[in-house]
Write a protein that binds this ligand. Structure first.
Ligand code: C5P
Length: 217
């Protein structure tokens, strides 16, 4: 076993998509696989951290040595994250649904021949990253992700300020990143912008975990 620089530290990680119910059999979701967030949780644990991984519905296996809390909706994810505090660091890698349905139908919505499709009214979900960044028990290090398809770095710099987090891991998701095995990211912090080469998600995770360890060293 290698060195454990994060021994004694607690890190909260969010991962995966959220599912926002429309009715008992339908939901709104997105293409997040949880691969990157789960790899980060595993990499932090490998460096000795106690990791609480709050995960939306994913097919990837639980990382070794990590406490996993499974949730479905954004609101459940927020409750689970707040319950996990205090933490030394939070890494919000989940693709939280921006919107949920304004009302969840209690019964399966029926398709009535000849009738128009029902309108889908949406409501804004809580922004977990922003809430953790402004929390009374704010983790000293808060890291967010920015999945963008254009102006990746500019958007990430603005997002870092808007969300109030310390670092943003910015990735270009216009290609095969979502659900894919590799990621090309930029690390945006108060110190500036670092461009990391395209590499497997496990390596992005290991490098980010090492940076977290350096931060606390
Ligand atoms: O605003 P946007 O969704 O682009 O921000 C992405 C970052 O914010 C990610 O770190 C994601 O985990 C987090 N986020 C969140 N709760 C939301 C929306 C995004 O924690 N409702």
């Amino acid at each position: 076993d290698g060195p454990r620089p994060l021994a004694g530290r607690h890190v909260l990680v969010t991962s995966g998509p959220t599912h926002e119910p429309i009715d008992p059999v339908r939901f709104i979701a997105n293409r997040s696989s949880g691969r990157q967030g789960h790899a980060i949780a595993g990499a932090l644990a490998a460096l000795g951290a106690r990791v609480t991984l709050v995960s939306g519905p994913v097919a990837v296996p639980d990382p070794a040595g990590v406490a996993v809390v499974r949730v479905e909706t954004a609101r459940q994810m927020l409750v689970a994250c707040e319950a996990a505090l205090p933490a030394d660091a939070a890494v919000c890698a989940a693709a939280v649904a921006d919107w949920r349905t304004a009302r969840e139908a209690g019964q399966k919505m029926k398709k009535v021949p000849g009738e128009a499709p029902p309108p889908l009214e949406l409501a804004l979900n809580p922004d977990i990253l922003a809430l953790l960044s402004a929390h009374a028990a704010r983790p000293p290090l808060v890291v967010g992700f920015a999945a963008e398809t254009e102006n990746v770095v500019e958007n990430a710099v603005a997002k870092r300020a808007r969300k109030g987090c310390d670092w943003i891991v910015a990735n270009d998701v216009s290609g095969d990143v979502m659900g894919g095995a590799e990621n090309a990211v930029h690390l945006v912090s108060a110190a500036g912008v670092e461009d990391w080469p395209r590499m497997p998600k496990e390596q992005v995770a290991a490098r980010l975990a090492a940076r977290v360890a350096e931060h606390f060293a």
